[in-house]
Design a protein around this ligand. Structure first.
Ligand code: 6DK
Ligand code: ZN
Length: 401
C-alpha cells in the first residue's frame, strides 16, 4: 500500500471518525492441513493481512512517534465480543445455534465425520472445535461495529471479521459461513434503536450472491438488499448448491415478497471479468437511485473482496480505487452511517490493498481516480434488465417517456 500523503496525516481525528474491529482470536477457526500450500482459501491469515496493511499504512492504532506524545488512534478500536444466542436467533433457528455449539466438544475425527450430513456432503465448510467461538466473535464484531456507529461513537466502521456470513441460511451452514453476521447486526440494531434505525440498506459487493442475507430479509420492507455478483446459470457458487435444488436464486427476478417487493435487488453479472466500469455503471444506474429513494438510517456493506483484481475464485477486475469510489458513494447515504463487514476475498495482497482503499475513504481521503469508465456490453445489458424489473417498484426508475 502507498504511504500516506503528509497533508492527510495531520487531519484532526481527535476522536476517530472510523472505528475498527479486529480480534486475533478470529484466526482460531482453521482446517488442520499438513502444509501451507494446501491451505483452504478461507485462510485465517486473511484478516491478519488486512490488519497488518492498516498498521503499515498508519491507519490503525499505531504510535505516531515519541515527540508526538501518546498513542494516537487513527481508527478507533471497537472490541469484538461474542454474539449471544438470542442475537444469533434473530436470524437463525435454535436448532442451528445448538448444532454449531456442539462442534466445540468434538474430536478432529468426529468433525471430519460431521462433514457428511444426512448422506450429503456439507456444502463448502470446514469445521474446528473453535468454530463456534470464532463465528460468535465474528457476528458479535459486526454487531458492535454497527452499534458504535448508531451510538455516534464513530461516524463509520470497518469490521475485519471471519468466518464470513452471507451464505449462512436460517438453518444451514454454507460456503465457508456459519452465522449471517450482517443480517444479525441488522436485526440487532433495528431492535435496539427502534425508529432511529428502522431502515437498513445492505450492499453486498462480494463476488458471490449472498443467499443468506436475501433469505433473512426477503419479506421485510425495511431492509433493502442489493447484491452485485457473478451469476452463470448454474455454474457459479452458490447456484445449484442448495439442498432443495433451488437454482435461480440470485437472478434479477428475485425482488422480495409482498410489501417487500423491490427491496431485494440482484445485479447478476453474466460473465467473469467484470471490473470498475461495470460497477460504476451499476452504482449510477441502479444502486444509488434506489438507495436514495429508500432513504436508509444505516448502510452496511457485505464487503467481500473476491471481485478484486488478482482473486482466483472471482476472476474479476475491481481495483482498490473502484472499491474506494463505491464506498465514497455509499457515504452519501444515511448521514454517513456506514459499516463495512468483511465477507470473502482470497488473494491476501488484493484484499489488503482493497481494504486500505475503503478505510482511507471512510476516514475522509478522496478516492484515487479511475482510468476506465466504459462499461462492458454485457454489463450494460444486465443493468438494463435489472432496471426494467425494478422500475415496477421504484419511482426514480419509472420509464419517463
Ligand atoms: N470452493 C464467499 O466468498 C464464500 O462468498 C464463497 C464460497 C465458495 C464455495 C465454492 C468454492 C472452493 C474453492 C477453492 C478451494 C476450496 C474450495 F462467504 C464468502 F466468504 F464471502 O469455490
Ligand atoms: Zn465470495
Amino acid at each position: 500500500d502507498r504511504p500516506r500523503p503528509a497533508k492527510y496525516a495531520r487531519l484532526p481525528y481527535a476522536t476517530a471518525q472510523t472505528g475498527l474491529v479486529y480480534d486475533v482470536r478470529m484466526r482460531f477457526h482453521v482446517e488442520p492441513v499438513p502444509n501451507e500450500k494446501d491451505m483452504h482459501p478461507e485462510d485465517p491469515r486473511r484478516i491478519h493481512a488486512i490488519f497488518e496493511a492498516f498498521v503499515h499504512a498508519g491507519l490503525a492504532w499505531t504510535k505516531t512517534g515519541s515527540e508526538d506524545g501518546p498513542t494516537k488512534f487513527h481508527m478507533g478500536r471497537i472490541d469484538a465480543r461474542q454474539a449471544t444466542k438470542e442475537e444469533v436467533c434473530l436470524v437463525h433457528t435454535v436448532k442451528h445455534w445448538d448444532w454449531v455449539q456442539t462442534l466445540s466438544s468434538k474430536t478432529a475425527e468426529e468433525l471430519h465425520g460431521m462433514l457428511q450430513h444426512a448422506g450429503q456432503p456439507m456444502d463448502s465448510v470446514y469445521l474446528s472445535p473453535n468454530t463456534p467461538f470464532c463465528a460468535g466473535l465474528s457476528a458479535g464484531g459486526a454487531i458492535e461495529a454497527c452499534r458504535a456507529v448508531m451510538l455516534g461513537k464513530v461516524k463509520n466502521a470497518f469490521a475485519v471479521i471471519r468466518p464470513p456470513g452471507h451464505h449462512a441460511e436460517r438453518e444451514d451452514v454454507k460456503g465457508f459461513c456459519f452465522y449471517d453476521n450482517v443480517s444479525i447486526a441488522t436485526k440487532a440494531c433495528q431492535r435496539e434503536f427502534g425508529e432511529k434505525c428502522r431502515k437498513v440498506f445492505i450492499l453486498d459487493w462480494d463476488v458471490h450472491h449472498g443467499n443468506g442475507i436475501q433469505q433473512a430479509h426477503y419479506d421485510d420492507p425495511n431492509v433493502l438488499y442489493i447484491s452485485l455478483h457473478v451469476y452463470l446459470n448454474g455454474q457459479f457458487y452458490p447456484e445449484g448448491s442448495f439442498r432443495d435444488r433451488r437454482q435461480a436464486y440470485g437472478d434479477h427476478l428475485h425482488c422480495g415478497k409482498g410489501a417487500a417487493q423491490g427491496t431485494n435487488v440482484n445485479v447478476p453479472w453474466k460473465t467473469h471479468g467484470v471490473g470498475d466500469a461495470d460497477y460504476m455503471y451499476a452504482f449510477q444506474q441502479v444502486v444509488m437511485p434506489i438507495a436514495t429513494e429508500f432513504a436508509p438510517d444505516l448502510v452496511i456493506i457485505a464487503a467481500g473482496f473476491d471481485a478484486a483484481e488478482g482473486d482466483v475464485l472471482g476472476d474479476c477486475f475491481v481495483t482498490p480505487a473502484g472499491y474506494a469510489h463505491m464506498t465514497h458513494m455509499l457515504m452519501s447515504l444515511a448521514e454517513g452511517r456506514l459499516v463495512a463487514c468483511l465477507e470473502g476475498g482470497y488473494n491476501l495482497d488484493s484484499i489488503a490493498r482493497s481494504a486500505c482503499a475503503v478505510a482511507r475513504t471512510m476516514m475522509g481521503e478522496p478516492p484515487d481516480r479511475l482510468h476506465n469508465l466504459k462499461p462492458s456490453n454485457k454489463g450494460v445489458d444486465v443493468v438494463k434488465r435489472v432496471l426494467r424489473q425494478q422500475s415496477k417498484f421504484w419511482s426514480c426508475l419509472y420509464p419517463k417517456d
